[in-house]
Ligand binder design. Structure first.
Ligand code: SAH
Length: 231
């Protein structure tokens, strides 16, 4: 875990921990209650996961562009997804994340203490995520460049699966990569509207609950291997 990261990043200048603390206060005011979630949001420096030009906005409760038409998810949504995994549960030991993107949520899941397996379809985002996570000292993360629509079965089963791009329907085969008692959290798109959905998998069937509206980029099939810098 990287609980004691230096706050000074020579590339993006000084961003006060108090700024991050204010984000956590806003998350609390917006209904996030799980102290384990609030604690890791207070630890992980979100400004390291966005471009230098956007670092000053890193602690606003907004999503921001990360290139290639993708976005870093907005902190409240990330926090809510983690709360859904943790509710009445200990920290999951193994988590699969589909859609690494900026790797901010990857780092938060690792900071919780989980071993994280994360899949990203866009080559340069995958490589950048790998670099940022190593620089920040997150060693218990395993990254894969690939199409995560089918999960990462070789590394399963997982205690939780988080999909960070909108899917048109529940991805039934992914349940087979969950341990009984595991949870799948994802944004589901239905008739142009998205909602966050949690599936509690008992080994035979899933009990589904809804967490409210959300907005994510779509889950897409296939992989992209653009050279870094292309868009
Ligand atoms: N949690 C990330 C969200 C990034 S946006 C963050 O906060 O930064 C969603 C990501 O999912 C994008 O990077 C996109 O390229 C990726 N993605 C979309 N479809 C995918 C697929 N089939 N397999 C793997 N990654 C996918």
């Amino acid at each position: 875990m990287a609980a004691h990261l230096p706050v000074l990043n020579p590339e993006v200048g000084m961003i006060s921990p108090r700024t991050r603390g204010r984000m956590v206060l806003r998350l609390r005011a917006a209904g996030i209650r799980d102290e384990r979630v609030l604690d890791v949001m207070n630890q992980v420096p979100r400004h390291h996961f966005v471009a230098q030009a956007l670092a000053g906005r890193a602690y606003e409760l907004v999503s921001l562009p990360i290139g290639y038409g993708q976005t870093i998810s907005q902190p409240w949504t990330v926090a809510r997804m983690m709360e859904a995994i943790l509710e009445n549960n200990p920290i999951p030991r193994r988590i699969l994340e589909i859609g690494t993107g900026s790797a901010y949520q990857t780092a938060l899941l690792a900071e919780l203490g989980a071993e994280v397996f994360t899949v990203e379809r866009i080559g340069p985002l995958h490589h950048h995520a790998d670099k940022v996570l190593s620089r920040l000292g997150y060693s218990q993360v395993h990254l894969l460049h690939g199409d995560g629509s089918g999960g990462w079965p070789e590394q399963g089963p997982y205690d939780a699966i988080v999909i960070t791009a909108a899917v048109p329907c529940a991805l039934a085969p992914l349940y087979r990569q969950l341990r009984p008692g595991g949870r799948l959290v994802m944004p589901v798109e239905d008739r142009g509207k998205q909602h966050l959905q949690v599936s509690h998998w008992d080994g035979h069937e899933a009990r589904i609950s809804h967490l409210g509206d959300c907005f994510f980029v779509p889950l897409l099939a296939g992989t992209v291997s653009l050279a870094s810098g292309e868009c």
